[in-house]
Design a protein around this ligand. Structure first.
Ligand SMILES: [Zn+2]
Length: 773
């Protein structure tokens, strides 16, 4: 048999170098891959008519073709004619399954890419993640596939063998790594597509050169390729290389002297099977057996039946998430990226069209904030009618559980009946009755932003109620989820119907996103002094001893936060008492002069040990960041650029069920600017308090300078950010310097350090007030 003599019209190869090593298939099966495939393939062999009857007809498979070219020159790209031919050959052969492949969108050209590294997720991720279409087979026609580990043998194609929902790929190379052009994508595509549906090489799932299948066929259904009409094949590489260098590519009917199996019998493999481990363009490796067709059919129904081009509505968990799941980090596939700062979910205080997140503000007048959600169709076809958007908020915790913490129920409110969570898109008269928002049909890659007015909770609900007494700015967590997808859609993995925790859902599906934020920024003048609080809750149905941890999860920052400032934990009264009563053990923390306040001495991890929590008990804890070191000194050197820090507040106990819940919120973020915020604001609007300190009941006043005529508001806070009083003079103040007398009832009753802030339409000003009673 000579080259080019094939019934399905392989395009002649341009291969000219007979010294070239074998061009092989780079598909590799891990133990986990094999376990997955075997668990999902029924292994019931049927002939063609039986398959037709069982499936009800031809299986339609959507594909998206990507053509990755090493330069901007179209000559460097895989030629369209070769791709056309490959699709035609694929459909001619797979009609026997019966299966039909169609391109669900235009071919996607990617220029200036070096190729892809075989079986290297990171390389694949870099090339493919911006381009993958969810729910379809993404076929990448690349320039080269680099062997991994490096070798002179060239993989010309490979297919990740188990589902990567949203990232189902096949790779086909145009050139070897020694630059020989080897255009036979039809052979490679037909072969790799069979891997994609669970068909092994004829020798089996292991490396070539040996097989555990016996020549007599007695173990044919559990050994080798686990298919009985493909006889045992040792896939002897030495034999193959000898023959291809002779430009013959004929697998002999009898492999003598390459004997023998465990019984001493000579192998007698098929000489034309397309699942031989090497691509053999000069031979007639062009046929599947009926057993292989049946296994493709079984593979589709076993683990690939989610393939569909019915659109895919996606939101991103973080800025690096490209809309597919799981959303690996850009640098490390073993890590997840942050999931509490979705760029596709944000709040606007006043302007319903704002494009940057603003921490929500409680409006005593009953006015609205606006929650905004950006949704993109990452699929191959328009999305149908009937998709819905649901929105929620909850008081941030060290572990929100779905769905309990996101609804206003008698179990999820303060003792005074104030909600600790709420469905935003709900009927106000019946908080448990969801009124989701409609998502209109979107074309592929089309994006929509949906805006929903909502009323932020009153921060004072969470101060004093239930023994909460840290007086801090409460942290909220938003959640948006899309429903209405078909059950197997990439957008439908999560769901309360499956009782899966939110943390898992957020990571494993692109139809659910969250964002953590402070409810209100009580004191923007002294941002670093504003504590923000979250709830710790024992969600177990028994008393637990709980450890509370603050862990530095800051990335990519040259200097730790403690080079510039201090971190304090503030415990509510009951939490403090419970901790003290159980021994008051801690690590990385030290007592301070302030009530129920500890300073962090080990910012990598600070821990409070063995705090008893009754079942369902909720306690409040706050974190305060201060731009002053432990000795009270302001840092002399500030970073040249703004530095962002993240700290994770979480809890643990000895109960194993807790682990899943720890994937919830509790993230505290703080930034250090080259110039302190208070310095910027103070120079913008000069304010001074007289006298200072205020002693006894002496009259006090605030001196301030207006840049323009305007009304003002004066707020006084304690050192924890808790508001003491709010003064709103009826008069408008002209440009210039003024004195405002403070009434005794506006002043703090207790001695201590307080902050005064004046707010005008032009900006803020502030000063410290020391009170000595
Ligand atoms: Zn292969």
């Amino acid at each position: 048999m000579f080259a080019f003599c094939t019934f399905f019209g392989i395009i002649p190869s341009f291969k000219t170098n007979a010294q070239e090593s074998a061009n092989f298939c780079g598909t590799y099966y891990s133990i986990g891959d094999v376990a997955f495939i075997e668990a999902h393939i029924a292994g019931t062999y049927r002939n063609f008519s039986q398959r037709m009857a069982a499936s009800g007809g031809t299986i339609e498979i959507p594909v998206q073709i990507h053509i990755a070219c090493p330069s901007n020159d179209p000559v460097s790209c895989f030629p369209e004619t070769a791709i056309d031919n490959a699709i035609n050959v694929l459909n001619a052969l797979y009609a026997n399954v019966p299966m039909h492949f169609y391109e669900c969108a235009d071919r996607n050209y990617i220029y200036e890419t070096a190729g892809v590294v075989n079986n290297n997720n990171l390389s694949e991720f870099t090339l493919c993640s911006p381009h993958d279409v969810a729910g379809v087979v993404n076929i990448y026609f690349v320039d080269k596939i680099f062997p991994n580990p490096p070798s002179t043998s060239t993989p010309l194609g490979y297919a990740p063998t188990t589902p990567q929902v949203g990232a189902d790929r096949i790779f086909i190379a145009r050139r070897t790594i020694t630059d020989d052009i080897v255009l036979y994508p039809d052979l490679i595509l037909v072969h790799e597509m069979a891997h994609f549906f669970g068909v092994y090489h004829t020798h089996g799932s292991g490396v070539p050169g040996a097989t555990d299948e016996l020549v007599n066929g007695s173990n044919c259904n559990i050994a080798g390729d686990e298919i009985c009409d493909t006889p045992a094949d040792p896939a002897n590489m030495a034999f193959f290389v000898t023959h291809i260098t002779d430009e013959y590519c004929e697998y002999p009917a009898t492999l003598s002297p390459y004997c023998c199996d465990a019984n001493g019998e000579n192998y007698s493999p098929l000489s034309n099977n397309i699942m031989f481990a090497y691509y053999c363009v000069y031979g007639t490796f062009n046929a599947f057996t009926d057993g292989q067709y049946s296994r493709i059919w079984d593979g589709y129904y076993g683990f690939r039946s989610y393939l569909s081009d019915a659109g895919n509505l996606a939101m991103r968990d973080n800025w690096y998430d490209v809309g597919q799941e799981p959303n690996y980090t850009a640098n490390d596939l073993l890590e997840w990226e942050d999931i509490w700062v979705s760029p596709d979910l944000w709040n606007c205080i006043d302007d319903p069209n704002c494009t940057e997140h603003q921490d929500p503000e409680y409006k005593a007048s009953g006015g609205s904030n606006y929650l905004r959600v950006r949704i993109t169709n990452r699929g191959c076809s328009p999305t149908p009618e009937g998709r819905k958007l649901h929105l929620y908020w909850t008081r941030a915790r060290t572990g929100e559980t779905w769905i309990y913490h996101w609804l206003h129920t008698p179990l999820n409110q303060t003792t005074n009946g104030h909600p600790l969570g709420h469905m935003i898109t709900s009927n106000p008269s019946d908080p448990l009755q969801a009124i989701p928002l409609d998502i209109p049909p979107l074309n592929p890659e089309e994006t929509i932003v949906i805006t929903q007015p909502w009323q932020a909770p009153n921060p004072q609900w969470y101060d004093g109620d239930d023994g909460f007494s840290v007086g801090a700015s409460p942290m909220l967590c938003f959640l948006a989820r899309i429903t209405g997808e078909i059950a197997t859609s990439p957008s439908s993995i999560e769901g309360e119907e499956n009782n899966i925790a939110v943390g898992y859902n957020v990571k494993a599906s692109n139809n659910i996103v969250t964002r953590n934020c402070a409810l209100t920024d009580l004191d923007p003048l002294n941002l670093n002094n504003t504590p923000r609080s979250i709830i710790i809750e024992n969600i177990n149905n028994q008393l637990t001893l709980t450890d509370v941890h603050l862990t530095d999860i800051t990335r990519n920052t040259p200097n730790p936060f403690t080079n510039y400032g201090s971190i304090y934990l503030l415990l509510d009264e009951q939490l403090w008492n419970n901790w003290q009563a159980s021994g008051g053990q801690s690590a990385g923390l030290t007592y301070t002069e302030y009530d129920r306040t500890l300073r962090v001495t080990d910012a990598q991890e600070a821990t409070l040990y063995d705090i008893p929590f009754e079942s369902g008990e909720q306690r409040q804890i706050a974190v305060r960041f201060e731009l002053a070191t432990a000795s009270g000194k302001k840092p002399e050197i500030l970073p040249a650029q703004t530095q962002h820090y993240s700290f994770y507040l979480w809890h643990s106990s000895t109960l194993p069920a807790e682990e899943e819940m720890l994937k919830g919120g509790g993230i505290f973020e703080v930034a250090i600017h080259p110039r302190p915020l208070d310095a910027i604001s103070l120079t913008a609007l000069p304010v001074a308090c007289h006298p200072n300190p205020i002693q006894g009941n002496m009259p006090a006043q605030i001196q301030f300078t207006m840049l323009q005529s305007a009304p003002i508001r004066v707020d006084i806070y304690d050192i924890n950010g808790k508001q003491i009083s709010c003064i709103t003079p009826s008069q408008t103040y002209q440009k210039g310097t003024h004195l405002l007398a403070l009434n005794p009832q506006d002043l703090p009753l207790k001695s201590g350090m307080y902050f005064c802030r004046i707010t005008t339409p032009q900006g803020y000003g502030g000063c410290k007030i020391a009170v000595a009673r």
